[in-house]
Design a protein around this ligand. Sequence first.
Ligand code: NAP
Ligand code: ZN
Ligand code: ZN
Length: 395
Amino acid sequence: MTTTLKAPPLTGKSRRLSTSPIPAVPAGEAPANAGLRTGVAAGRENHEHHATKAYGVQSATAPLTPMAIPRRAIGARDVQIEILYCGVCHSDLHTARNEWHHTVYPCVPGHEIVGRVVGVGPEVSKFHAGELAAVGCMVDACRVCPSCSAGVEQYCDQGPVLTYNSEDSHLGGVTYGGYSKAIVVDEAFVLRVSDKLNPAAVAPLLCAGITTYSPLRCWNVGPGQKVGIVGLGGLGHMGVKFARAFGAHVVLFTTSPGKAGDGRRLGAHEVVVSSDPDALNQHINSFDFILDAVSADHDVNAYLRLLKLDGTLTLVGLPEKPLDIAAFSLAGKRRRFAGSNIGGIAETQEMLDYCADHGIVADVEVIAMNQVNEAYERMLKGQVKYRFVIDLATL
Ligand code: NAP
Ligand code: ZN
Ligand code: ZN
C-alpha cells in the first residue's frame, strides 16, 4: 500500500498540526506490526513506516483504547527501541483530555520511556542493539537556535519536537508517545541508562526526574538553604529526593495529611499540611527557594509569602487555568516568581548518571496497559505513590 504524505510547513513555535496524514487507527482496523509501507518524504528523511501497537485517545472525553500507529523505518542516525516501561505523567492526562487546548487526535501520550535498543542506523555511534536506552519529553529540536546551541533544547526557539502531540517531520502528522511497543528516535535525543537501576523505576526520571533536577540545579540548591517542595506527586516526590540529596533543608507542602510519613521517608526534614494556616505562618519569610509542582488551581500567594528577601518560587506544575499573583506577594521582599520546563538532553543525561551514582529512582506502581484509565482517575485523586509506570509487555 502506498501512502502519500503531505506535511504542512512548520508554523509558529508550537509545531502542532490540525491533521494527521498517516492516521493512527483503532486496533482491529489495522494489524500491529503489519510490515513496511512506503510513503513520500515530507521532512528530513523519511519514507517507510510500519504499524506499531499503541494505546491512545480519539477525543478529549474518550478513554484510552488500543490502536495502531505508524513508526518510521530506521534512518541513518536513528535508534529503534522496544519500549519496556513508560511512566504516566500528569501532562499525559492534561494532553489526553485537551486541558491545554492544543491536542491533535488521535493522541498517544507517554514521555517517560525506557526500553531496549533493537536496531540502529549506519551512522549511529552512541548505541548498540541490546543496550538499555531512554527517551524523555523531546525527540528533536531545530539544533541551531541560541537555546539549542546552548544545550537547552527544551527552550528551542522553534519549539522542541515533543515526544507526542508535536509535528512529525518524518512521517507527517503528529508524534506519538510511549504508550506503545516501539519508538524510533534520532540518537541525539536518546539517553543512556545504567543497568544498575530498576528500569521501571528509572522511567519517571525522564520527565518527573529532570523537571525537578533542572530547576534545583539552575537555582543552585544546596547546603545551608531552606527549600520547599509543593505537592507530593510524581514530580514532587522526585523534587524531595533531589533537594535532600543536594544537601538542602527540605520542607514538603502537601494537601494530603496521609502523605506526611512518606514525605519524611522520601527525604523531607519537615512536612506541612497546607490547609493549616498556622502551620504555613510559621514559615513566613524563611525560604530560599520553593518548587511548586501542583497540577491544579491553587493559591500560589500562600507560598510566595514564605520566601525570604530575594527568594525564588519556581513553577513547574502546569494547571489548566492561569494563577492569580498578588503584586504584594512579590514586591514586599523583592521575591521572584519563575518557571521551568523539563531539561536539555545533556542535563537529562547528567541527571540519569547522577541517579545511577547515588542510587536514586522513582517510587513506582507498575501497572498493565489496560489499567491506564483507572490510573488516570487515581492520579487525579492524588492516590499514586508516587508514579504509575506501564509495563509494555502487557500491551
Ligand atoms: P501528580 O503526580 O498528579 O501530582 C500532583 C500533586 O499536586 C498531587 O499529588 C497533589 O499533591 C497536588 N495537588 C493536586 N491537586 C491539587 C490541588 N487542587 N491543590 C493543591 N495541590 C494539589 O502530577 P505530576 O505528574 O507530578 O505533574 C504535576 C504538574 O507538573 C502537572 O501540571 C504536569 O503537567 C506538570 N509538569 C510540568 C513539567 C514541566 O516541564 N514544567 C513537566 C512534567 C509535568 P499533595 O497530595 O501532596 O497535595
Ligand atoms: Zn511529563
Ligand atoms: Zn532550537
